[in-house]
Each structure stands twice: as C-alpha cells, then as structure tokens.
Ligand binder design. Structure first.
Ligand code: AP5
Ligand code: MG
Length: 225
C-alpha cells in the first residue's frame, strides 16, 4: 500500500495516518514529525529547517525530497508506506513519481481530507501533542484523561511552536498557494480520492478505509518491493 495524505494543516492527516498504519501495519511517515524530531535533537536537518517551519513556510524542495527518499528505502517500508505532509509541491510530487517509476511501485492513492479553513484553525489552536510518543490530542474533542499528561505513555503534552494563530494562518495560505495544485496533479491521473474530514475521527477513518479496500481487493496491500 503506497498512499499520500493531503489536506490543510489541521485536517487530520496525522490522526488518520496513525489509524491506517495501525490497521495495515505499514509505516506512517510524517515529514513534519521527522523535521521536528531533528530540531529537538539538534541534527543538521533540524538546524536547516527550523527557520522555515517556525515561520510556517515550506522547507526547500530538495531537502524535503532527501528526507523522504532516505526514509522510504528503509527495510520497514518494504510493504509500502503512508506519506503525510509529502508531497507539498508539484515538484515534490513529480520527483516522487520519477524516483519510483523504475520499480513500478509508485503512489497508488492520494487521499485528500477536506475541512474548512475555520475548522482547520480551530483544530490547530486546540491541538496538544505528547512530547514523548507524539500522540495527538484536542482540548475539546479528544482530551487526555490526566491534565497535560499523555494517556498512552505518561509523557508531557505541549503545543507545537507553529500552532499559534498567526503561524497557522500563514500555513493555510502557503498550503493554498503551493500544495493545493498537488490535488490537481493526482486528480489528472485518477489517483485522487476526497474525504469529508469534518466528522468524528472514526467516521472519517471508515471512509478512508472504504477506499483502501480497493487496494486490498486488487491484492496490492502488503506486496513486496
Ligand atoms: P506538518 O507537521 O505536516 O504540519 P501540517 O501539514 O501543517 O499539518 P498538521 O500536522 O498541522 O495537521 P494534521 O493534518 O496532521 O492534523 P492532526 O491529525 O494533527 O508540517 C509542519 C511543517 O513542516 C510545514 O509547515 C513545513 O514547514 C514543514 N514541512 C513538512 N513537510 C514538508 C514538505 N514536504 N515540504 C516542505 N516543507 C515541509 O489533527 C489536528 C487536530 O485536530 C488535533 O488536535 C486532532 O486531535 C484533531 N482532529 C483530527 N481529526 C479530527 C476530527 N475528525 N474531528 C475533530 N478533531 C480532529
Ligand atoms: Mg500532522
């Protein structure tokens, strides 16, 4: 299974990516999470990316492409992958296709999780993340049981530095200008599937899973690379 998850910041890509990964046993690869981990650990990638991410701008294409390329050649990706937050430009989408074309194992489906800008801002403002395991919560809809503590691992919850309202608005504008054309790219060759993302997480997942069943029926889930 080789999927890309598209959608505005806050649409629920990370949330659904985790669910798909859990059900199908395929790695969920979030470029944003990889960059945040690199910033936290002081790695070179983090230093290079920090200035962009903190302003809500995209990191340069060649850097993002390198991050994904290095990740999808790892052994745990042999049965496929779920990319979340990549590709974010048409150039990234083309480059991904070109790199995968030789193996015949390109992107099978691009799932667009649709929410309004108002909903996206509300979700981002109330999101809290676990500093230890990365679990995602929401102050109203998906609260942690203990105040500021992750239900899964007991880690401290924090607010992402790019989740301020000002930076979130910037991220939405960047999405519309640079990432929205990627929908058209996948739509042109019949790989785009749109989902209404403004429903409870389980219902959104049921819709995503309905489309994933097509891949299961085609026998393309779990194929070896
Ligand atoms: P990234 O980390 O990918 O951020 P994003 O695209 O802005 O998306 P988010 O993570 O904010 O939202 P999400 O869709 O994952 O929503 P979530 O599931 O958390 O990228 C960050 C930055 O990294 C970029 O700005 C850029 O600088 C850089 N970057 C990354 N990739 C790059 C690339 N390829 N090229 C260049 N630069 C790149 O959910 C949000 C909230 O809503 C949570 O609180 C959740 O609990 C809640 N929620 C989820 N689903 C529902 C639901 N159905 N109903 C109610 N609440 C829900
Ligand atoms: Mg995310």
């Amino acid at each position: 299974m080789r999927l890309v998850l598209l959608g505005l910041p806050g649409a629920g890509k990370g949330t659904q990516g985790d669910r798909i990964s859990e059900k199908y046993g395929i790695p969920h690869i979030s470029t944003g999470s990889i960059i945040r981990e690199s910033i936290a650990s002081g790695a070179d990638l983090g230093e290079e990316a920090n200035g962009y991410i903190s302003k809500g701008e995209l990191i340069p294409d060649e850097l993002a492409i390198r991050v994904v390329h290095e990740r999808i050649i790892q052994p745990d990706c042999s049965r496929g992958w779920i990319l979340d937050g990549f590709p974010r430009t048409v150039l990234q989408a083309r480059e991904l296709d070109q790199r995968l074309i030789k193996s015949g194992l390109g992107v099978q489906m691009a799932v667009d999780i649709r929410v309004s800008h108002v909903e996206a801002i509300e979700r981002i403002a109330k999101r809290r993340m676990c500093s230890s395991c990365g679990a995602v919560y929401h102050l109203d809809h998906y609260r942690a049981k203990g105040k500021g503590i992750c239900d899964k691992c007991g880690g401290d919850l924090y607010r992402r530095s790019d989740d301020t309202e000002e930076t979130a608005r910037r991220r939405l504008a960047v999405y519309m200008r640079q990432t929205h054309p990627v929908l058209h790219y996948y739509g042109q060759n019949g790989r785009l599937y749109s989902i209404d993302g403004v429903r409870p997480i389980d219902e959104v997942f049921a819709d995503v899973d309905h489309y994933l069943q097509k891949l299961v029926e085609e026998g393309t889930v779990g194929e070896a690379r």
